[in-house]
Design a binder for this molecule. Structure first.
Ligand code: GFP
Ligand code: GFP
Length: 835
C-alpha cells in the first residue's frame, strides 16, 4: 500500500495509559524490532485505532488525487451533471469500500499483517456515518456508489449533521436514545472553508420598480447563517471516477461569534447567535413518517437547498452559457419532498436575482427537476403551515402563491366546471392554519415524478396523485424500481460468496453487470458448488451468532433456522405480526409432547431496527420483542427450539453481517404500504429466502426469481381498502390463533400486560388498520411451510442458488442507468489516467 503515512498517525490519540514512542518515523524505515517495541508501548484498542487511521489516511490520499482529477475533467468537458439532493445519506463505513473500489484491499491486508494487524480489526474501528433513518437514506448512498461506478458526473448534496441518527440502547427491554457523535477523527471529509454561502431567513420583501417600470422584489433578511462545505470523496468501483458528496455545515455568518456584540459587552448573545446558527446542522430528524411541522426542520431544508443551489448556479455561471441551457447542463433529483424548496429557490434566483421573466424561468425550473416519491402513507406527505412559511421565508411564500395561481389558472382552463378539482390540487390546503402541500410543488415543478417499485408507482398514480395524472397525462409519472449496490451488499458484506461466484463465472465482472449472475444457474446441480455455497452460509451464520453473543449475551445455535427482520420499526412494516407469530410458535411448542418437539426445526427469530423516539407504538413493539425474548430464551423446556433476539442499534455495518446470514427474512408490510423495500433485495442476493406480502419490490422479486422460490402470504393491496372499510363498520373478527396469543399476553406470560394494552387494542378494538388479524392465519401457515421446506436442505439450496442467479435486475446500476436515460438525460464520462 502507499504506506507513506507518518508514524504520528499510526500512534492514534494520546490518552491515559498511552505513551508516545520516542522517534517520529514513517512505516518505510521501520524494522521488526522497532515495531515490537512500539507495539509494546501502545494499549490494544489504541493500536487498532491507529492501524485504522493509518490505513484510512493512506487511502484518502489516493482518493483525493482521483477526486481532483475527476472534478477537473468534469469541469473541463463541461457536460451535463446530476445533483442528487437528499437530506439523508446512510453511508456506513468508508474504508472497506474505498479499499475494494480502488482494488487494493489485498495489498492493504498484507501491509497490515506485516505490522501485526488483522485488516478486519482495523476496519471495525470505523464509526458508521449514519446520516439517515433507513431505506431512503441508504438508497441515496447506493446511488452515489453506482453513479461513480458508472462514471456519471454526479454530486450528492446533503447536510453535515453533527449528530447522525441516535444510537439505540436497550435498557430493561426499552429503547433508549443516545446521541451519535460521529465526527471525531473522521478522515473521509474535507472541510472547504473556501466554499461558504450566507443563507437568509425571516425578514421582509421590498417591492420596487426598475427603470423600465418593471416590478422588482428583493428579500431583506432578518437572520443570516453561513453554510460551510465539507466534501466527501465517492470512489467508483474499478474506475478512476471519484465523485463528490458535498455536505453543508451551519455556522454563524459573523464567524465564530459576533465581534461587534462582543465588543459592546454583549458576550452572551454573541455566543447565543453562534449556537443558534450551529443548531441548523446539529441533528438529523428521526423519521416516523409523521411530519410534526418543526420550524427547525424547515430551516434545515431551506438552508441546505439554498446553499446547494447557490453552488450549482455558481458552477453553471462559470460556463457563461445562456440561462436557457441550464436544463441541458443540470439535472437535480429530489429525494422525496424534503428538498422541494429547491424548486422555489431556483425560481426566485432566476426572477429576482437574474431578472428572467416568470415563464422563461419556470421552463428552466421544470426542465431541471425530477422528484422521487417514497411513500403513499398520507400522513407522511409533507406540509408546512402558511404562517410558518410566511415568517421564515416570506419571498418564497409569495412565489409559491404565484406558482399555484398560474397552475390553477391552467387547470381551470382545461377543466372549467370542476371546482372540486381546483381545491383538491391546490398547493395551498384551505385548513386552519392553511398548509403548503410540498408534494404538489414537487410534482408541478418537475418534469418527471417516479415511484420506487411497480406497485408503488401505480398506486401513486391511482391514489394520492390521481388528479395530477388527469392534468398532466401519464407521461410525467414513471417507475424506477429500486436496487442495491452489489459492491457493498455482496462483495463487501459477503466476500466468500462473492469469491465463489467469481470462481464459477471466471471473474468479478458480475459486480458491474449483475445480470451475469444468471450463469450461476448452470451450477445448481453441481455437488461441490452446492457444498461450498452451504458452507459459506454456515460461516456467515457463525459470524452473526458471534455478533449476537457480543451484543445480547445470548448464545444461539448456528444450525437453527435464522429468521430475520431488520428495518425501521413501524406498524406498517408489521414487526408486531412477526412477534405475535413468534409467541404463537412458543405456545405451540409448549403444548407439544417431547416426541413431537423432536420433529421441530429449531429457530432463531432475529429483530433489529430503531423506533422514532416519539412513536410510542413502535417502542412498545420493541418492548414486547424483548419481553418475549426474556421469557423464551431462558425456558429450558424449549431450549434451542426457539430463541428470540433483538440486536440493538441496527446500522449499515451490522446489516453487512446480518444480511449474509439469514435463512429466511421477513418483508411483511400490509400490502400497499411499503413503497419498495430494499433489504428484501439484500437478503436474496446473499442467498437467503424471503417470506413476504405482495407488496413493493417483493412483487418484482417474485417475478424475477419465480413463485416457487419465495414464500408469499396475506391479503392483496387491492383488497386492503375494502377490509379496512369493513372493520370500520364493525365487521371484524379476531383471528382465533391470534386470540390465543393475545390471551397469553393478557395473562402476563411476558410481564405486566398493561405495557401492551395499546398494541393489542389497536387491533382488537380500533379497526386493525394494518390488517394483522386478517393476515395472521396465512402468515402462520406460511411459516409452517418454511419449516417443512427447510428440512429438505437440498431443495432449499437449489432455491437459494437459483434466486441469487436471478437477482441481476436489482442492481443499483440498472436503476442509475434508468434515471440517467429517462429522467436526467446525462451521459457517462470516462476519467482516464492521463486526464
Ligand atoms: C470544483 C471543486 C474545486 C476544484 C474544481 C476543479 O469546483 O475544488 O478545484 O472543481 O475543477 F469544488 P467547482 O466546480 O465547484 O467550481
Ligand atoms: C423508504 C420506503 C421504502 C423504500 C425506500 C427507498 O424507506 O419502501 O424502499 O424508501 O425508496 F419506505 P424506509 O423509510 O422504509 O426506510
Amino acid at each position: 500500500p502507499s504506506v507513506g503515512a507518518p508514524i504520528a498517525d499510526l500512534q492514534g490519540p494520546v490518552g491515559p495509559g498511552f505513551s508516545r514512542p520516542k522517534h517520529k518515523r514513517t512505516f518505510t524505515g521501520f524494522g521488526p524490532s522497532e515495531i515490537k517495541s512500539v507495539e509494546a508501548s501502545i494499549p490494544e484498542p489504541l493500536r487498532e485505532a491507529a492501524a485504522y487511521s493509518g490505513t484510512a489516511l493512506a487511502f484518502r490520499d489516493r482518493l483525493i488525487i482521483e477526486w481532483n482529477r475527476t472534478q477537473q475533467r468534469q469541469t473541463f468537458t463541461d457536460q451535463k451533471r446530476v445533483y442528487y439532493l437528499s437530506l439523508e445519506f446512510l453511508m456506513g463505513r468508508a474504508l472497506d469500500n474505498a479499499m475494494l473500489n480502488v482494488g487494493m484491499k489485498d495489498i492493504a491486508r498484507d501491509g497490515l499483517a506485516d505490522l501485526g494487524f488483522r485488516i478486519e480489526d482495523a476496519i471495525s474501528q470505523e464509526h458508521d456515518a449514519a446520516l439517515g433513518n433507513g431505506g431512503l437514506g441508504r438508497l441515496a448512498a447506493c446511488f452515489l456508489d453506482s453513479m461513480a461506478t458508472l462514471n456519471y458526473p454526479a454530486w450528492g448534496y446533503g447536510l453535515r449533521y453533527r449528530y447522525g441518527i441516535f444510537k439505540q440502547e436497550i435498557v430493561n427491554g426499552y429503547q433508549m436514545e443516545i446521541p451519535d457523535y460521529w465526527l471525531d477523527n473522521n478522515p473521509w471529509e474535507f472541510p472547504r472553508h473556501d466554499i461558504t454561502v450566507d443563507i437568509q431567513f425571516y425578514g421582509h420583501v421590498n417591492k420596487t420598480y426598475d427603470e423600465d417600470g418593471k416590478v422588482v422584489y428583493s428579500w431583506e433578511a432578518g437572520e443570516t447563517v453561513r453554510a460551510v462545505a465539507y466534501d466527501v470523496p465517492i470512489p467508483g468501483y474499478r474506475t478512476k471516477t471519484t465523485n463528490n458528496l458535498r455536505l453543508w455545515s451551519s455556522k454563524a455568518s459573523s464567524g465564530e461569534f459576533d465581534f461587534q456584540k462582543f465588543n459592546a459587552g454583549d458576550y452572551e448573545s454573541a455566543v447565543a447567535d453562534q449556537q443558534t446558527a450551529e443548531t441548523i446542522s446539529a441533528v438529523l430528524y428521526p423519521n416516523d413518517n409523521l411530519e410534526r411541522g418543526k420550524e427547525l426542520r424547515l430551516k434545515q431544508q431551506y438552508f441546505w437547498c439554498a446553499a446547494s443551489l447557490y453552488d450549482i448556479v455558481r458552477r453553471f455561471k462559470k460556463t457563461k452559457r445562456a440561462w436557457s441551457e441550464f436544463p441541458d447542463q443540470v439535472a437535480i433529483q429530489l429525494n422525496d419532498t424534503h428538498p422541494t424548496l429547491a424548486i422555489v429557490e431556483l425560481q426566485r434566483i432566476l426572477i429576482d436575482v437574474e431578472g428572467l421573466e416568470w415563464d422563461e424561468a419556470w421552463r428552466i425550473v421544470t426542465g431541471t427537476f425530477g422528484y422521487t416519491n417514497h411513500t403513499v402513507l398520507p400522513e407522511a406527505l409533507e406540509k408546512w403551515s402558511v404562517p410558518l412559511m410566511q415568517n421564515l421565508l416570506p419571498r418564497h411564500l409569495q412565489i409559491i402563491y404565484d406558482i399555484n395561481l398560474f397552475f390553477l389558472q391552467s387547470v381551470e382552463k382545461r377543466f372549467p366546471n370542476d371546482r372540486d378539482m381546483l381545491s383538491r390540487v391546490s398547493i395551498i390546503e384551505e385548513s386552519h392554519p392553511k398548509m403548503v402541500r410540498m408534494a404538489y410543488i414537487a410534482i408541478i415543478g418537475s418534469h418527471k415524478v417516479n415511484g420506487v417499485a411497480e406497485l408503488h408507482s401505480d398506486l401513486i398514480k391511482t391514489t394520492i396523485f390521481k388528479d395530477f395524472v388527469t392534468i398532466y397525462g401519464p407521461d410525467r409519472f414513471t417507475n424506477v424500481t429500486n436496487g442495491i449496490t452489489p459492491r457493498r451488499w455482496l462483495h463487501q458484506a459477503n466476500p466468500e460468496l462473492s469469491a465463489l461466484i467469481a470462481d464459477k463465472l471466471g471473474g468479478y465482472d458480475f459486480l458491474t453487470d449483475l445480470t451475469l449472475l444468471d450463469k450461476l444457474e448452470a451450477f445448481v446441480d453441481d455437488k461441490n458448488f452446492r457444498q461450498e455455497w452451504s458452507d459459506i452460509k454456515a460461516k456467515n451464520k457463525l459470524r452473526l451468532a458471534k455478533l449476537i453473543k457480543d451484543v445480547t449475551g445470548y448464545s444461539v445455535n448456528p444450525n437453527s433456522l435464522f429468521d430475520v427482520q431488520v428495518k425501521r420499526i413501524h406498524e406498517y412494516k408489521r414487526q408486531q405480526l412477526n412477534i405475535f407469530g413468534v409467541i404463537h410458535r412458543y405456545l405451540s411448542l409448549k403444548a407439544m409432547t417431547p416426541e413431537e418437539r423432536k420433529k421441530v426445526v429449531p429457530r432463531v427469530s432475529i429483530f433489529g431496527g430503531k423506533a422514532a423516539p416519539g412513536y410510542w407504538m413502535a417502542k412498545s413493539i420493541i418492548y414486547l420483542i424483548n419481553s418475549v425474548a426474556a421469557v423464551v430464551n431462558k425456558d429450558e423446556e424449549i431450549g434451542d427450539l426457539l430463541k428470540v433476539i433483538f440486536i440493538e442499534d441496527y446500522n449499515v455495518s451490522k446489516a453487512e453481517i446480518i444480511c449474509p446470514a439469514s435463512d429466511i427474512s421477513e418483508h411483511i408490510s400490509t400490502a400497499g404500504t411499503e413503497a419498495s423495500g430494499t433489504s428484501n433485495m439484500k437478503f436474496v442476493l446473499n442467498g437467503g429466502l424471503i417470506i413476504g406480502t405482495c407488496d413493493g419490490a417483493n412483487i418484482e422479486i417474485t417475478r424475477e426469481i419465480g413463485e416457487q422460490n419465495i414464500f408469499l402470504f396475506g391479503n392483496l393491496a387491492e383488497d386492503v381498502e375494502d377490509l379496512r372499510h369493513r372493520h370500520f363498520y364493525g365487521d371484524f373478527q379476531l383471528d382465533p390463533q391470534l386470540k390465543r396469543v393475545f390471551d397469553a399476553i393478557k395473562e402476563g406470560t411476558f410481564g405486566d400486560p398493561s405495557s401492551f394494552t395499546s398494541l393489542i387494542s389497536s387491533i382488537e378494538e380500533h379497526g386493525d388498520y394494518y390488517l394483522v388479524s386478517d393476515d395472521f392465519n396465512s402468515y402462520i401457515a406460511t411459516h409452517d411451510m418454511v419449516d417443512k421446506e427447510f428440512q429438505n436442505q437440498e431443495e432449499w439450496l437449489a432455491k437459494s442458488i437459483t434466486s441469487v442467479a436471478r437477482m441481476g435486475f436489482f442492481s443499483m446500476d440498472r436503476v442509475t442507468n434508468e434515471y440517467a436515460d429517462s429522467i436526467w438525460n446525462v451521459e457517462p464520462l470516462n476519467i482516464a489516467d492521463e486526464d
